[in-house]
Design a protein around this ligand. Structure first.
Ligand code: PHE
Length: 374
């Protein structure tokens, strides 16, 4: 009998040994575009989150336990975002989730976290709908009605532009929303929207839209998209002789923007969460630590990832029993956290009210222009 059963006993034992979680570790999940057209978003965010995690672990972890971060790649696809978040919760048994950057992917995964009652914090998704999914979904950044206002005011008041055209990505919730918020504010200020054209993420030829827009003689072209398409749009716009000032939002933040757009993106402006020219002591300390670990300067995504992770770990430390529900309740109470991207207070809509910066593209680096407060 024993001889018959032994293989089963051994197999069951081996299986439970490898699926069993180390109880001295706290499993935390992160999902993002580690590959694909927005790979720098996922990679830079991951670098920021890892820096924060290593710091907390080096200081003894949380309640005597080390944090184990599991990063999953969604390849920049909404369907994959939903499936990796399911895996993080069901297989990795994570207690909380950090991600995503892109609003469309946060929107695809948030309902899963909400249903399973696992808290999720997006470091940088700015579309308002993301945190409306439910009470387990948070963000540590500002939202697009504010970001749209920032760029509309900057265009109208600082750049003195009166006629602007918009070119939006209709496949991106972020892009569609930010275009609308920008247009609303720019008109309110007395500006005129002379064109409103669209493309889809993944497109490489924008000449038809740009030719059309050129006909309406815009002084500025607002492109609330992500860096890969924006770089190509800048090149093709200049090739066609479109001289409008190019403007955008946080989705431009990538070292790849100037690689793709070359000289054609220089002098363009965009709003962002952070500038590494900041003199804020919290940020300066972060920049130094980041440089020591990765041998390069952080971009806004690394800063936002670091802040989201620090907020999560602070909330976890404040719980008495480290359950998902208790962590959720503590995230909701975060007040005046001194973040790299600014002071973070989670408001009743689970968003953070923060200022934005406007930067100008100058080759591989972005030059700080101004800070705009809510
Ligand atoms: N805010 C963008 C979105 O919601 C994502 C993003 C944030 C991209 C910061 C770059 C930098 O989709």
């Amino acid at each position: 009998m024993l001889r018959l059963l032994l293989p089963f006993i051994v197999a069951t034992f081996a299986l439970s040994a490898c699926t069993k979680k180390n109880t001295n570790e706290i499993m935390i999940g992160q999902y993002g575009s580690m590959t694909g057209a927005e790979a720098t978003f996922g990679q830079a965010t991951d670098e920021g989150i890892r820096l924060a995690t290593d710091e907390v672990n080096a200081a003894g972890g949380i309640k005597g336990k080390k944090i184990k971060l599991v990063t999953m790649d969604d390849q920049g696809k909404a369907e994959d975002a939903a499936s990796v978040v399911t895996r993080l919760i069901e297989q990795e048994k994570v207690l909380a989730i950090l991600g995503e950057v892109a609003s469309s992917r946060s929107l695809a995964a948030a309902p899963i976290a909400q249903n399973k009652k696992i808290p999720m914090i997006s470091p940088s998704s700015t579309n308002p709908k993301v945190t409306e999914v439910g009470d387990f979904i948070f963000r540590t950044c500002f939202i697009d009605p504010f970001q749209g206002t920032v760029m509309a005011k900057f265009a109208f008041e600082n750049l003195k532009l009166k006629k602007i055209a918009v070119l939006r990505d209709v496949k991106s919730d972020y892009s569609v929303g930010l275009a609308d918020f920008f247009i609303q504010k720019f008109k309110e200020l007395g500006g005129e929207i002379v064109g409103d054209a669209s493309y889809q993420s993944g497109d490489v030829d924008f000449k038809a839209q740009l030719t059309n827009l050129k006909g309406s003689n815009p002084e500025g072209l607002f492109i609330p998209g992500y860096y890969t398409e924006v770089g190509l749009i800048a090149r093709q716009a200049r090739e066609l002789g479109l001289k409008a000032k190019l403007m955008g939002g946080d989705g431009w933040d990538s070292p790849k923007l100037s690689e793709i757009g070359g000289k054609d993106v220089d002098g363009s402006v965009f709003s962002n969460h952070y500038s590494n020219e900041t003199k804020d002591p919290v940020a300066v300390e972060f920049i130094n630590k980041f440089k020591a670990k990765y041998n390069k300067l952080p971009d806004g995504l690394s800063a936002a990832g670091y802040d989201a992770a620090k907020v999560l770990y602070k909330a976890m430390a404040a719980t008495s029993d480290l359950t998902a529900q208790a962590i959720r309740d503590q995230i909701a109470k975060i007040t005046d956290h001194a973040g790299v991207t600014g002071r973070i207070t989670i408001n009743e809509k689970r968003n953070a009210t923060k200022s934005a910066v406007v930067v100008e593209v100058q080759g591989a680096s972005n030059k700080f222009v101004t800070t705009i407060s809510p």
